[in-house]
Design a protein around this ligand. Sequence first.
Ligand code: ADP
Ligand code: MG
Length: 689
Amino acid sequence: MLSDALTQLAGVGPALATKLEKLGLNRVEDLLFLLPARYEDRTQLVKLGALSAGMRCLVSGEVLLSEVAFRGRRNLLVRIGDGSGQLTLRFFYFSKAQQEQFRAGVHVTAYGEVRKGGAGLEIIHPEYRILRAGQDAAINDALTPIYPSTEGVGQGRLRNLVNQALKQMRREPPEELLPVDTLAKLSMPPLADAIEMLHNPPPDADVAMLAAGEHPCQQRLAFEELLAHYLSLKRLRALAATEAAPALTGGKDEVDAFVAALPFALTGAQQRVTGEILSDLARPHPMMRLIQGDVGSGKTVVAAIACRKAVANGVQAAIMAPTELLAEQHWRSFSDWFRPLDIEPAWLSGSQKASARREALAAIADGTASVVVGTHALFQEGVEFANLGLIVIDEQHRFGVHQRMALRDKGAGPGGHPHQLVMTATPIPRTLAMAAYADLDTSVIDELPPGRQPVQTVAIPDTRRDEVVQRVHSACAAGGQAYWVCPLIEESELLDYQAAEASYAMLTEALPDVRVGLVHGRMRPAEKEKGMRAFKEGLIQLLVATTVIEVGVDVPNASLMIIENAERMGLSQLHQLRGRVGRGAAQSHCVLMYKPPLGQLAKSRLAVLRESNDGFVVAQRDLELRGPGELLGTRQTGLPDYRVADLGRDASLMPKVQVAAEQLERRAPENAERIVRRWLGSRGHYGKV
Ligand code: ADP
Ligand code: MG
């Protein structure tokens, strides 16, 4: 049966089963969904005269010459010909016996990638076979699938197992769980046909389409997988709707007074989103809401209003940010807004002194601290809230669904689960958000506070660095301020810091009459804070920084942003950095410096920023160009591992997935459940974390 353990298959013992488990293969059915990573075409012999570099193909010919050459290292060179042309097979590792096989006049077939060698075309280490007299090269009648390999399980073995599973499937086809009319509307083949085709594509299959993952059969599986995840997240949301949370119905006057006391009027978008949040909070079930808003759109104050509502209803509110710096900034804003009400926000972070921490913990536990701001430290062991009613998570893209769930459960008290508000400054394209955040309601702040002018962006090669330095000079001389951002050197804080130090030294020397400051990731938070504050107060005119300023300081007088090695950074990250300027009345500029020459992809990426100031547009292009990893945070995307689907490629299926999910839930909920089990079964539902 397809649902049997893999040990039911011929040749699978406990040891192999363990190795297969590492590939996520537990049941016979799982093999059907182990899709080839690529295909090799051994369905035709290519004439040697028709070869060109880059082709991967099957060839055949007679050995003309075989010799061991010494060019730096020992090489076995075997020259073959077929009357139309010649080709060299080159081996770096070979045995005496191998060497002797290739006698002149012997016929061989070989498969591999053709490249340009020193003496014409060659294949390095081809797969090959010596043919007996009169024997033909074995030509396959289907493309050869190449499976993602795992240690100790070879291609031959995997192919054999998949074939056993396919045989099983032909006797007992997997249930078609999508409604017929849905499939027809999508022009997608039935599941069994798609699986069959992907494991044994016919010789005339569109290899380019398969390689791009755009074949209707691949799309059929990707669709069902996305649907499974979507249904599962939807369930999670339905589950939350059955749980209890404190209904925050009171405090209207307090909230109105709080808004009236702000130094600015809310934008229309802020008002709308605030309304959505307040109406969620009034319900007796936990809010699960995501706020998306471009950098600078004013998300913090919206979160503060939600906190005011919580406090007015006698429950605690906690705000968590991903870095100390950002948490500190929030703490400062919240202090400005709440102190006039005699509410002193408490502070909790990993780096704080033991005595301060003890004090904060006590205030959180006995409820004296009604608003608490901090980092992840907020939800570590030993932190007990008296009556937590609202959790705000900023920069949510670093949080996956499991972390969201865990947080919510950790905050649960006698009054039920806390409400949860998550905020992301990286706008996520709509289709991607549908896949990644189907468990959340979404609000979008799609309007910037009045008076913001779009930042003018240019890309300049770093060979023109002197010009850029002069530009900084004029800006500072005219009373403005500027940022100079050095590249983040991935994985090395030390190199990162050295790069920043070098730029700092260069700039202090080149601009003796400009007050230059430096902040980088290696500084202690207090030092960073000091640097940032000096910049904010205008004591420093030019701030040299690593990408630590990505989220952080708000300095309206800064109107020039220089970013070094912009070609190495993600679009969304560049957009975030650029968002540090354009906050005041003056026209702001952003200079993206790059190391020439720029590749085609890098060129189009920088062009996106030159042409658009809209975070959603940038994010959409980022998704198309680089996939979802960057948008959702590369280290912890929070996204599940998909077996077939690729969100960069397949996110555009999401609107159809959504429609199919609704139909399925309505017309055949039992099939919806089966789809979830088919795709997520062995790894458990999202709900059970
Ligand atoms: P982000 O959405 O990027 O987190 P912030 O909440 O940090 O943005 O807001 C950016 C700046 O805009 C802050 O200085 C904030 O005080 C200010 N701000 C927020 N809302 C408004 C508004 N409606 N009018 C004017 N300024 C605003
Ligand atoms: Mg923010």
